[in-house]
Write a protein that binds this ligand. Structure first.
Ligand code: SF4
Length: 180
């Protein structure tokens, strides 16, 4: 946050998760208005950006489950000063990693053949569905993470406290952990 004239840039990103962590972020409710006055929101899962922008802080929801996530998280890391793993899927793999007990082929067969009712068959090609990684990985196994906000999802209060601490130059307190 060394910009003098510009507001800190805040981004959020969504990898392999259910979007519940983003819903918790939206539960900041009126506090979002205060936050919007203090930061420039530069990316979220709804922004259709060709490249991930430079960000001072990025909250990343979800685990790294496929090749697209892998590429995205490396891109985010390159362009982000402070990267926060948002929620247990990003922190540990959590729900997303439940498939790690099975092989990729078994997972695809179950989803696209055994349980499919309308369109049956495994989509082919990375253009349709990004290729699944052999194992779902928490974000810190792939790139360096600066802070961890645990919970499924983390509470809006925890997210808010973490962001306010960082914006005011303090080390985040409470549930937030920092490793390394
Ligand atoms: Fe959803 Fe929980 Fe994972 Fe967040 S941590 S993406 S709420 S399952």
């Amino acid at each position: 946050m060394d910009r003098v004239t510009k507001k800190p840039r805040l981004a959020t990103a969504w990898l392999g998760g259910c979007s519940g962590c983003h819903m918790s972020f939206l539960d900041l409710d009126e506090r979002l208005i205060d936050l919007a006055a203090r930061v420039e929101f530069c990316a979220c899962p709804l922004t259709d950006l060709k490249d991930f922008p430079e960000a001072d802080i990025t909250l990343v929801e979800g685990a790294v489950a496929n090749e697209e996530h892998l590429e995205t998280i490396h891109e985010i890391r390159k362009r982000t000063k402070i990267l926060i793993s948002l929620g247990d899927c990003a922190v540990t793999g959590n729900v997303t990693a439940m498939r790690n007990a099975f092989g990729v082929e078994d997972v695809l067969n179950r989803a696209y053949k055994e349980l499919a009712t309308v369109v049956v068959g495994i989509p082919s090609g990375n253009d349709v569905v990004p290729k699944l990684l052999a194992r779902v990985r928490p974000v810190h196994e792939v790139v360096k993470v600066d802070y961890y906000l645990t919970g499924c999802p983390p509470s809006a209060d925890a997210i808010h406290a973490c962001l306010v601490d960082l914006l005011e130059g303090r080390e985040p307190a409470g549930e937030v952990k920092r490793f390394g």
